[in-house]
Design a protein around this ligand. Structure first.
Ligand code: NAP
Length: 250
């Protein structure tokens, strides 16, 4: 159990973008950030699911969430401006991004990995996060204390058979975090990665269909670390790799 005790108003006055906010860890993180005062931008590909998260937030908090129905598979250099211009119109500044949306893809040997699926997984998990970050850096620069979190995985730190493009994309995610953290080390923007570890979600159930989900921690159990990294208490922490399963909150 993490010792970190976030203040209930930890994120008041902050605007935070959460990708993959319609389900799983991203949904819980978005709601938790709003419960701590943040205005959250909810990005996901399913409008109905996003509206349900939006309703949950507006009925329980005084914050102003905004839904951004957008399929990151369709985010390309050409479409980047459409998304980011509308985001920039909606917000003055951006105080945080939780890059959380990911595709799992097939769990098969590299020899049999479908090439088109490889490209989709790499695009959603890596290229879309790069395009979003690049386009939103000017909005992050306007914040006096901005945090970017990239979501990693155990297989993004130690490769494992049959994890294919997902594992490779998470290694790339870690690389992107390190490069960006180094480039921004003298700025107001910190960049870190977070591996939630095995967590009770749809993605985990797809990856391990025989596993009993009740043996896994829920997304809620990881929220102290998600709050610590996105909020002011992690000011000065940059370029670090976090593991929710071993973080002791100190
Ligand atoms: P999840 O339950 O599958 O949720 C993924 C979220 O990403 C959903 O909101 C999903 O939208 C969204 N998403 C997927 N593709 C998208 C796209 N093309 N455009 C926009 N949104 C898209 O996954 P999770 O388990 O919560 O995982 C969250 C993060 O933690 C991921 O980065 C994952 O790699 C990482 N992680 C998870 C575990 C685990 O055990 N759960 C372990 C290690 C790392 P839909 O609602 O439309 O599907």
């Amino acid at each position: 159990m993490a010792r970190y005790q976030p203040h209930k108003n930890l994120l008041v006055g902050r605007t935070i973008l959460v990708t993959g906010a319609s389900d799983g860890i991203g949904r819980v993180a978005a709601i938790t950030y709003a419960q701590h005062g943040a205005d959250v931008l909810l990005l996901g590909r399913d409008r109905k699911k996003l509206e349900a998260v939006n309703d949950e937030i507006t009925s329980a908090t005084a914050t102003s969430p905004l839904i951004i129905p957008f399929d990151l598979a369709k985010l390309h250099a050409q479409s980047e401006t459409v998304l980011t211009d509308s985001l920039r119109d909606a917000i003055q500044q951006l105080d945080g991004i939780l890059h959380n949306a990911s595709l799992l893809g097939s769990k098969v040997p590299v020899a049999h990995y479908p090439s088109n699926e490889w490209e989709s997984v790499m695009h959603v998990n890596v290229t879309a996060a790069f395009l979003l970050t690049k386009a939103l850096l000017p909005a992050l620069e306007k914040s006096s204390d901005a945090s970017v979190i990239f979501t990693s995985s155990g297989v993004g730190r130690k490769g494992r058979a049959f994890w294919g493009a997902y594992a490779v994309s998470k290694f790339a995610t870690e690389g992107m975090m390190e490069v960006l953290a180094d480039e921004l080390s003298d700025t107001n923007i910190r960049v870190n990665s977070l591996n939630p570890g095995g967590t009770r979600t749809t993605m985990r159930a797809s990856a391990y269909p025989a596993e009993d989900p009740m043996t896994l921690p829920t997304p809620q159990e990881h929220m102290p670390l998600y709050l610590y990294l996105i909020g002011p208490d992690s000011r000065g922490v940059n370029g670090k790799k976090f593991d929710a399963s071993s973080w002791d909150g100190s």
